[in-house]
Design a protein around this ligand. Structure first.
Ligand SMILES: [Fe+2]
Length: 345
């Protein structure tokens, strides 16, 4: 992971810096990868069995004690203040072939024969007590999803985009909003300057006057459903409602270039919201083996493509991710009956 400075041309500022907090030694990482390699269930086809076998590994004590202790500290974290956390050198699958640009997910099912990164994501979710969820409308309900370009969606604003994705939070207007997004870097050529950029919600809010905040807290904005939900969808979702941009203490519901004002005053403030995000952003280059924790309700993120020197390799840039919640109970009525992970929508 490397970071680049934010745009210095506006007065917005932040004293927050994303720096790696925990690094696995090569020995720890290799030993954990080997343990995860003993899991026999395919996480895409036998999800429950995979999760069960990962739980067994945890019981068997394969997790290094210092990592266990570190994960415990996350529970007391102030997510408003530290909404993004980076860990280094986590176990992941190396030398996986490049996937087909037309059908990368199908191609993954065929070509990816080990499930180390998926196993790590499942293990981390269990250690942190944050169950992963899948959505029926997104990748047919897969819990483990790829940020990986796909030809037919290359110009979309989704995890399958080839180029930039504007600032947003994941599944902002879905009825089950994830609390966390967990990502494992799988493939990224540093010759392509592609960054995952983050802004802390509290910094955005601090950049506006009381009068502006009042406007941003009123339901005078509209954001269409995200591309992935709509384009991958198997259910009718209807139109997204009017909503405020800021809700509660530091909730930011804003998709750059998609969220619009529905009144003159609201329309007038939208460009300032976008400018503020860019003034405050921090750029993270996600390397293979990086693990990024995002507290989805306290930060917004974007994919920025600054310089492409290897266009072919932009097509195989890859991050595996899950979205997770603190507690399944509040979402129970939205789960597919008989499952503990699949959102019916
Ligand atoms: Fe996202």
């Amino acid at each position: 992971m490397t970071t680049a400075p934010a745009d210095p041309t506006t007065s917005a500022s932040t004293d927050w810096r994303i720096t790696p907090e925990f690094t696995f030694t090569d020995e720890e990482s290799a030993a954990l990868a080997e343990a995860i390699g003993t899991v026999t269930a395919n996480p895409y086809r036998l999800y429950d069995a995979h999760a069960f076998q990962i739980a067994r590994l945890v019981e068997d004590g394969v997790v290094p004690e210092r990592f266990r202790a570190y994960v415990e500290t996350l529970a007391d974290r102030d997510r408003h203040q530290e909404p993004v956390v980076v860990l280094k050198n986590v176990p992941y699958d190396r030398e996986v072939p490049v996937f087909d640009f037309d059908e990368p997910v199908k191609s993954k099912y065929e070509l990816k024969r080990t499930f180390v990164a998926e196993g790590f994501l499942a293990l981390f979710a269990q250690l942190a007590g944050t169950p992963p969820i899948g959505y029926l409308n997104v990748n047919d309900g897969d819990v483990f999803q790829d940020i990986y370009p796909k030809r037919s969606m290359q110009t979309s604003q989704s995890q399958k985009a080839l180029n930039a994705i504007h600032f947003h939070k994941d599944l902002a207007n879905h009825f089950v909003r994830p609390d966390q997004v967990y990502m494992v870097g799988m493939r990224s050529n540093p010759e392509n300057e592609v960054y995952t950029s983050f802004v802390r919600n509290i910094d955005v809010i601090a950049s506006f006057t009381e009068e502006e905040l009042e406007l941003l807290r009123s339901p005078q904005f509209h954001t269409p459903f995200d591309d992935l939900t709509v384009m991958g969808g198997s259910l009718e979702l209807g139109e997204a409602d009017k909503h405020p941009v800021i809700g509660g203490e530091d909730d930011l519901r804003y998709f750059e270039n998609r969220t619009v004002g529905v009144t003159d005053a609201a329309r007038a403030i939208v460009p300032k919201v976008s400018a503020t995000l860019h003034a405050l952003k921090q750029r993270v280059f996600i390397e293979p083996g990086d693990f990024v924790i995002t507290y989805n309700n306290h930060t917004v993120h974007a994919k920025e493509v600054l310089e492409v020197r290897k266009p072919e390799e932009l097509r195989s840039r890859w991050i595996i991710k899950t979205v997770n919640v603190d507690d399944l109970e509040p979402h129970a009525r939205h789960l597919m009956p008989g499952t503990r992970h699949l959102v019916n929508g």
